[in-house]
Design a protein around this ligand. Structure first.
Ligand code: NI
Length: 136
C-alpha cells in the first residue's frame, strides 16, 4: 500500500555549473542561469510504502510524516536562495533532479526501520514539470 503526503515550499535558485563558462551555462540552462536567480513554488510529494498496522490501520502516522517533511525539507528550504543558503547546492546545481535526490537523501534515513519505507519522492518545479526519484 502507498500513502502520499504533499507539502509546498518556495525557493530561489540559479541553474549554473561553476565549472562552465558563462556562455556554456547560458547554452545549457538558458535564462535559468541568470545569476540574479529566480523563484519557484515547489510542490513535494513523498510516498511511503508498507502494510497498515493492524492495530492502528495506518502505514505511517500522517501527522508525523508532515512533521518530518517540515523539519527536513520545508523549514530548511522555504524562502531560501538554494545556491547560497542550502547545502549541498553551494556546489551542486539545484536542478529539479538534484533537488529530488537531496530530498531523498534527507528522508531515507528516517524510514530505514519500522513499517513504512520511503518509496518515491516527486518534486514539481511547475505544475507541468516534475521529477520522480525512487532510490538507486
Ligand atoms: Ni528554475
Amino acid at each position: 500500500m502507498y500513502i502520499t503526503r504533499r507539502v509546498e515550499f518556495s525557493a530561489s535558485h540559479v541553474c549554473a555549473n561553476s565549472a562552465f563558462t558563462d556562455a556554456e551555462n547560458r547554452a545549457v540552462y538558458g535564462p535559468a542561469a541568470n545569476p540574479r536567480g529566480h523563484g519557484h513554488n515547489y510542490v513535494l510529494e513523498v510516498t511511503l510504502s508498507g502494510d497498515p498496522d493492524p492495530a492502528t490501520g495506518m502505514v505511517f502516522d500522517l501527522k508525523r510524516l508532515k512533521d518530518v517533511l517540515n523539519e527536513t525539507v520545508v523549514e530548511p528550504m522555504d524562502h531560501r536562495f538554494l545556491n547560497y543558503e542550502v547545502p549541498p547546492f553551494d556546489h551542486v546545481v539545484p536542478t529539479t533532479e538534484n533537488l529530488a535526490l537531496e530530498v531523498w537523501k534527507r528522508l531515507q534515513p528516517k524510514f530505514e526501520s519500522g513499517r513504512a519505507r520511503l518509496h518515491n519522492v516527486r518534486v514539481y518545479e511547475t505544475e507541468d514539470l516534475y521529477v520522480d526519484y525512487s532510490g538507486t
